[in-house]
Design a protein around this ligand. Structure first.
Ligand SMILES: Cc1cc2nc3c(=O)[nH]c(=O)nc-3n(C[C@H](O)[C@H](O)[C@H](O)COP(=O)(O)OP(=O)(O)OC[C@H]3O[C@@H](n4cnc5c(N)ncnc54)[C@H](O)[C@@H]3O)c2cc1C
Length: 468
């Protein structure tokens, strides 16, 4: 019989293969100083050092590399970017095609690095299934989304409608009514990726200092407890934790997401559930559900999280909280094959959401600042693309990536749209959530009149647009 753990499956399963790197204790200087040892910081360091081995790059991490969102996420490695349709619609012809290629190329690029650096992170490139499940309105939501994808230039090879039988052959969820398949996604063990990258980055000669929280930062200088680090360029790679620095306050909204992992399932259960190629999956409701079949045969499942007044960051979660029980009920409704299988892990983390839900890359040469973020829960793949882009910007080597519409090189931090001061984000977030919860309740209950479901959906979308 398993016991319930509030620890993160990935961080708990195996300790990092290397001892903690020494904290920074003496003042020094470097060419590029990166704050944060998650994917954004690690990928930036990786591409910088490969392109310019002579560069002195230091990375400062408050805890251990991967302890933030990067080591505790759902492990969807998407070849995409939140709100990519908006960007693609602003481009035409060859420029649009170039942008699509750079997004879809993320998965192959990560796979190439994993092979080159011998990083084993249980990578499986099985694509992603967005299933219309549980209630019929999800199929209409999926068809709507597919129309938007087509307008943005994506064809059948990128996003394809599966009818109910085709979907059921791959994913055994309840009430299946078809859905969308895309090949542009892989799944990974997130912590193994973060640790493997940290090892590769250190081997390239990047100075990694763990247990080294940066307390303050001003033009070209980072202040730690006992020393300072000067740098020509500073890269704050903090995502959900960005607001601790006043210069970045209100750039990103720190939002929580929560996950569960079951015990390993039996072969008979997997025969019923499917996911034979370890496809990532979610349903098409607005609860933003996401899951994967882990390499050791567990169902890992998460859904849209919470937001704390004042934008407080959260890493510790009460495993008995209603928020987890609600996710477990949703998981069991989706997968009756689970039967009495226990949920063994419950954990969460904090991610960053940018205004208009649109991630960005920014380079300000004069201020010596390079940053990226606001991935909104889709940062595993995006951080690779943004890390590559940041490296090219810092090295001042323009290429197609540095010309993408999500990159700003003019106007500095002023270009980043800030969220409204509290309590507006807190109120807005909870209103939007309530709107979606109402829509979900009405649809899932079955008997509600169609006008009430449409009304709830419109209300939630309008609130979300207002908040953005
Ligand atoms: C529960 C959850 C599930 C998710 N699921 C998915 C998913 O399936 N697919 C997907 O694409 N995205 C997912 N995401 C989002 C994704 O994990 C993030 O977008 C991505 O990991 C961000 O990487 P990062 O390096 O920018 O930030 P982080 O990984 O958060 O790294 C920031 C680092 O900065 C460090 N730090 C903070 N303050 C300081 C300081 N003062 N000094 C030094 N260091 C500091 C932190 O310790 C942390 O290690 C999920 C996020 C969460 C929380």
């Amino acid at each position: 019989m398993s016991t319930l753990s509030q620890a993160c499956l990935w961080l708990d399963a195996a300790p990092p293969a290397v001892p903690a790197r020494p904290p920074l204790r003496q003042s020094s200087s470097c060419d590029v100083a990166i704050i944060g040892g998650g994917y954004t910081g690690l990928w930036t360091a990786y591409y910088l050092k490969r392109a310019a081995p002579e560069l002195d790059v230091a990375l400062l991490e408050a805890q251990r590399c991967g302890d933030g969102a990067s080591g505790r996420n759902g492990g969807w490695l998407l070849g995409g970017l939140a709100q990519q349709e908006r960007h693609l619609l602003s481009l035409q012809g060859a420029a649009r095609e170039q942008a699509r290629r750079s997004l879809f190329g993320i998965v192959d690029e990560v796979a190439a690095v994993l092979a080159r650096e011998r990083i084993d992170c249980d990578f499986a490139h099985g694509g992603v299934l967005y299933a219309a499940a549980r209630y019929p309105e999800q199929a209409a939501m999926g068809r709507d989304w597919l129309r938007q994808l087509r307008r943005a230039g994506h064809g059948e090879a990128d996003f394809r409608w599966l009818d109910a039988a085709e979907m059921a052959a791959q994913l055994g969820v309840s009430g299946v009514g078809g859905g969308i398949y895309s090949p542009h996604c892989a799944v990974i063990d997130p912590a193994k990726l973060a640790w493997g990258l940290a090892r590769a980055v250190a081997a390239l000669g990047v100075r990694i200092h763990e247990d080294s929280p940066v307390r303050r930062w001003s033009a070209g200088k980072l202040y730690l407890a006992d020393c300072e680090l000067s740098a020509r360029v500073v890269v704050p790679a903090l995502e959900g934790a960005a607001s601790q620095f006043s210069a970045l306050s209100r750039c990103l909204l720190p939002v929580q997401s929560l996950l569960l992992a079951t015990e390993p399932l039996s072969t008979a259960q997997w025969d019923e559930i499917g996911l034979a190629r370890r496809q990532a999956f979610g349903d098409l409701s607005r609860m933003v559900t996401y899951g994967q079949r882990s390499a050791d045969g567990r169902l890992v499942f998460g859904a849209r999280g919470g937001y704390r007044l004042g934008g407080r960051v959260q890493w510790d979660f009460d495993p008995d909280a209603e928020a987890f029980r609600w996710r477990e009920r949703l998981l069991r409704r989706l997968f009756p094959a689970l039967g009495a299988t226990a949920v063994q892990y419950r954990w969460g983390g904090t991610l960053g959401v940018a205004r208009a839900f649109t991630p960005y890359v920014l380079y300000d040469r004069r201020a010596g600042l390079a940053m990226a973020g606001g991935y909104g829960g889709e940062g595993v793949g995006a951080a690779n693309l943004m890390g590559r882009t940041l490296a090219q910007l810092i090295l001042e080597r323009p290429d197609p990536l540095t010309a993408m519409p999500w990159v700003s090189t003019e106007g500095g931090l002023e270009r980043v749209r800030r969220w409204a001061p509290e309590p507006i984000p807190w109120l807005g977030y909870h209103l939007v959530r309530s709107g979606y919860a109402l829509e979900e309740r009405l649809c899932a209950s079955g008997g509600a009149p169609a006008w009430s479901k449409r009304g709830a959906a419109r209300l939630a979308s309008a609130l979300e647009a207002l908040l953005a």
